[in-house]
Design a protein around this ligand. Structure first.
Ligand code: GTP
Ligand code: MG
Length: 197
């Protein structure tokens, strides 16, 4: 898919205040620092569109971006940011949960996983919760540039094995690097495919 335009629309702390244009949207979720905002910049080809940081906890709001004037990309805060106060963490968790459960326009939630890590409890629990709530999702491995091909395929196999303990089939799965622009066409084509059905 060709990205003709990508613009920031609005930041919100509450799902009720998100845009009401009814456009289909795709959101990015995952642990703090996993690379959600970087992936949005990579996909759109606009470096500073979503704000990124080396420090976890950068994105604290629900951020809408409009793509080709036809659909939204949504950058969400990360989960599991240990340095926040309990109230801060609870607030973010509620924001994320309300968005995921109540946002009608959400077509697919992309769950980002750090390709360098073995399956993490917090991610597996989040994925299980999506299953319980029947939220459509896909998995996106990030930072693939940071490890060898061999280690990458070992980590992805480990993830697949863990998922198949609880799921009959695997969700769509993408391997990306925002640094090397890996996985861009695959993800954009996947979104285009859904938008056209
Ligand atoms: P929060 O907003 O804090 O939840 O984080 P985030 O998930 O939005 O992560 P962000 O995109 O801000 O990236 C975190 C750090 O990881 C930054 O220093 C990025 O440069 C780095 N990073 C993200 N994606 C990649 C990648 O594909 N490869 C490499 N090498 N670094 C990456
Ligand atoms: Mg972010």
């Amino acid at each position: 898919m060709l990205i003709k335009s990508a613009e920031f629309v609005v930041s919100n702390s509450r799902v009720e205040k998100c845009p009401t244009t009814g456009l289909p949207e795709y959101a990015f979720i995952g642990r703090s620092n996993v690379g959600k905002s970087s992936l949005i910049n990579m996909l759109t080809g606009r470096k500073g569109l979503a704000m990124t940081s080396q420090k976890p906890g950068k994105t604290q709001l629900i951020n809408h971006f409009i793509i080709n004037k036809e659909w939204h990309l949504v950058d969400l805060p990360g989960y599991g940011y240990a340095r926040l106060s309990k109230d801060g963490r609870d607030g973010l968790r509620r924001m994320i949960e309300d968005y995921v459960l109540e946002r009608r326009e959400l077509v697919c939630l992309f769950v980002l996983l750090d390709a360098r890590l073995e399956p993490q409890k917090i991610d597996l629990e989040f994925i299980e919760w999506l299953g319980e709530e029947s939220v459509p999702f896909a998995l996106v491995f990030t930072k693939a540039d940071k490890l060898s091909k061999g280690k990458l395929s070992a980590n992805i196999s480990a993830y697949k094995d863990r998922l198949l303990e609880g799921w009959e089939e695997l969700p769509p799965l993408f391997i990306t690097s925002s640094e090397e622009r890996t996985g861009r066409e695959e993800l954009l084509n996947y979104i285009e495919g859904i938008n056209n059905t």
